[in-house]
Design a protein around this ligand. Structure first.
Ligand SMILES: Cc1ncc(COP(=O)(O)O)c(C=O)c1O
Length: 347
């Protein structure tokens, strides 16, 4: 009954097989190997165009490095208050950009609304030497509240950013989950809608450590190879990172795994709501945010269920986050259902 995080899951066997297969003999290092060449082709096919992709080890590194490429040190990165870059990256975006300021904005379900970004931009006039200058808009797909931006919503934000002469960054740590929900292609919710820098994540969806910074325009990617090297993310044994991503892309494994995670979350959400728990946000991927009586949550955790409070665990019915992954099993969900029903009856 581990619903703590999709990071709690292991790696998919196909990823392990791919790493083992790449472990044959000596090959060129630092990305000059055949797996890395194949990865560039596979990602070009995935996005339906030439892309400039740079594997890195973590989603945090992808975000910080991507932002440092598009946002100058004296600029503002407009992001949601709940965003991972604001809450969970220990200041890495500020550090890697050399001091760009995260300007946090509010919006329901961790989504930025066009009007909010427009107003924030008005508040940061270009050329005003006392103010940080517009640097980038950053959104998360799917969001930290488990919700999904529709392609037209991404496009609206990209247009506003472009109007201010800045780029739109997408933290795609769970892009695969969003793609399954949207039923659209990677292109349709990224470059076709104007995303200029993408942090593409496969780790949560079944890899060991396989993330990449992806640019869609050669000019935007210019110099990034040096930035990644300087940031300590140019792997000598790159083949193993490339092999993981190739395994995720092969035969659309990413879709099967994200689909399984999303389906498990729908099942769990149905159990929670039919048991009288309320959901704080629509479940649009593999994350659920539900209010439970605190005493029931305590007992469930004593019973072995793993999930975290979302925010302060105060009041009678705090908010809790439940995350499913490709590895969530039917029996975990039914065991949770039985324990939940039992504890609710007792409470
Ligand atoms: C929205 C989001 N972005 C990025 C990350 C990347 O984190 P890490 O640096 O731990 O790979 C996470 C991980 O929890 C996340 O939830």
């Amino acid at each position: 009954m581990n619903f703590a995080s999709d990071n709690a899951a292991g790696a998919h066997p196909a990823v392990l097989d791919a790493i083992r297969a790449a472990n044959e003999g000596a090959v060129a290092s630092y990305g000059a190997d055949r797996w890395s060449a194949e990865l560039n082709e596979a990602l070009a096919a995935w996005f339906g165009r030439r892309v400039f992709a740079f594997p890195v080890a973590t989603g945090g590194a992808a975000n910080a490095l991507a932002l440092s490429q598009i946002a100058p040190p004296w600029s503002a990165v407009f992001c949601h208050r709940e965003s991972h870059i604001n809450v969970d990256e220990c200041g890495a975006p500020e550090f890697y950009t050399g001091g760009a300021k995260l300007v946090v904005l509010d919006g329901p379900a961790a989504k930025l609304a066009p009007a909010t970004v427009r107003t924030a931009l008005l508040d940061h006039p270009r050329g005003e030497v006392h103010r940080v200058q517009p640097g980038a808009v950053s959104i998360t797909q799917m969001t930290e509240c488990g919700t999904v931006y529709r392609p037209h919503e991404v496009g609206a934000l990209a247009q506003i950013a472009a109007g201010a002469g800045i780029g739109l960054h997408m933290d795609g740590a769970r892009l695969c989950n969003a793609l399954v929900t949207l039923g659209c292609s990677p292109a349709e919710v990224t470059w076709k809608e104007g995303v200029s820098a993408l942090s593409l994540g496969f780790t949560k969806n079944g890899a060991i450590a396989a993330e990449a910074v992806v640019f869609f325009d050669e000019a935007v990617a210019d110099g990034f190879a040096f930035r990644r090297k300087r940031g300590g993310h140019l792997f000598s044994k790159m083949r193993f990172f490339s092999a993981q991503m190739l395994a995720m892309l092969k035969d659309d494994l990413w879709r099967d795994l994200a689909g399984a995670a999303n389906a498990a979350a729908s099942q769990l959400a149905a159990i929670l709501t039919s048991s009288g728990c309320t959901l704080a946000f629509e479940v649009e991927g593999n994350e659920i945010f539900a209010r439970l009586p605190r005493s029931v949550a305590d007992e469930l955790r004593k019973d072995g269920a793993r999930f975290y409070p979302w925010g302060p665990e105060t009041g009678d019915t705090p908010l809790y986050r439940f995350v499913c992954s490709f590895a969530t099993r039917e029996h975990e969900i039914s065991a949770f259902r039985d324990r939940l029903h039992f504890q609710l009856r007792r409470s």
